[in-house]
Design a protein around this ligand. Structure first.
Ligand code: SAM
Length: 284
């Protein structure tokens, strides 16, 4: 048995912990995966790290050694007790017993920056899988001044997020993520790297937040609406999907827009680049 497995089992025994499935509790017990998350987060001594769902504190222990400050956000009171016991002696440790989806991260960071000017703010997490997508979209869309997000998530979601347009895994969310960040795969993680084992394979990915968006347009929500409509009927041609969704007034107008943009009239949703969707938004 490796030492992380031993430590995890010891703590679960000591605090009478039975992993809570409905809170997505699968504790990471593999050294390679832990090291990859920590290394790829590239945490500097002047950085603020926000860890989502620290659980028993397996990643927290390493983050505290690297960062100027670590703020942990954990929903489960039982975990909070353990984390307090383990880390409250560390000057750079802060713990919030809250639901990540309800935390105003922008004002939390602003507040933190009043006392100390942190160089960069980074998110690190082995996410609770039942709310992976809402957490990622919150982090990307709330205009939080983040440098990067290094996370463990389920493989299927990871593959969608890191897909490039044209691939089978491409979905509407691929474009949303691409608009805000450059996504990179770090490591595929089998289910026996956790206690208890989740039913799915996982992946560690890193999202490096863009300083400037890759396409410039006045109304990005209009573009995202078009992408959503295109993928809701992804088996149809883009033209038919967007006529049905009333994005194009009628087929003739839709054909003209696609022709003007030099797009094939039979093209399907996943073949377009983000720039193509931005052009359609500007012209429709
Ligand atoms: N970081 C630990 C590890 O790697 O072993 C635990 C990861 S476990 C996959 C997910 C953690 O997220 C659990 O500790 C769970 O209690 C916590 N969690 C679940 N829902 C949450 C929420 N809405 N807000 C904050 N934490 C949450």
């Amino acid at each position: 048995m490796n030492s992380i497995v031993e430590e995890t089992k010891y703590m679960m025994g000591k605090y009478h912990i039975k992993a809570n499935k409905s809170l997505g509790q699968n504790f990471l017990v593999n050294e390679e995966a832990i090291n990859k998350i920590i290394e790829n987060s590239q945490i500097g001594k002047e950085d603020l790290v926000i860890e989502i769902g620290p659980g028993l504190g397996t990643l927290t222990k390493h983050l505290l050694k690297k960062a100027q400050k670590v703020i942990c956000i954990e929903l489960d009171k039982k975990m909070v007790e353990i984390l307090e016991n383990r880390f409250s002696n560390n000057q750079n440790f802060e713990l919030l017993n809250q639901d990540i989806l309800k935390v105003n991260l922008k004002s939390l960071i602003e507040e933190q920056n009043k006392n100390t000017r942190f160089q960069k703010v980074k998110i690190v997490a082995n996410l609770p899988y039942y709310i992976t997508t809402p957490i990622i979209m919150k982090l990307l869309e709330e205009e939080i001044p983040l440098e990067s997000i290094t996370i463990m998530i389920q493989k299927e979601v990871a593959d969608r997020l890191i897909a490039t347009p044209g691939e089978k895994q491409t979905g509407a969310i691929t474009y949303r993520v691409y608009y805000y960040a450059k996504a990179q795969e770090i490591l595929e993680v089998p289910n026996d790297y956790f206690i208890p084992k989740p039913e799915v394979t996982s992946k560690i990915i890193k999202l490096s937040i863009r300083k400037e968006p890759p396409v410039i347009l006045e109304d990005k929500e209009k573009m995202f609406k078009i992408i959503k409509c295109a993928f809701m009927q992804r088996r149809k041609t883009l033209l038919n999907a967007l006529v049905n969704a009333k994005i194009f007034e009628n087929k003739g107008k839709g054909m003209q827009i696609l022709k003007d943009l030099k797009l094939d009239l039979n093209i399907r949703a996943e073949k377009l680049s983000l720039q193509d969707y931005a052009d359609i938004a500007r012209n429709s």
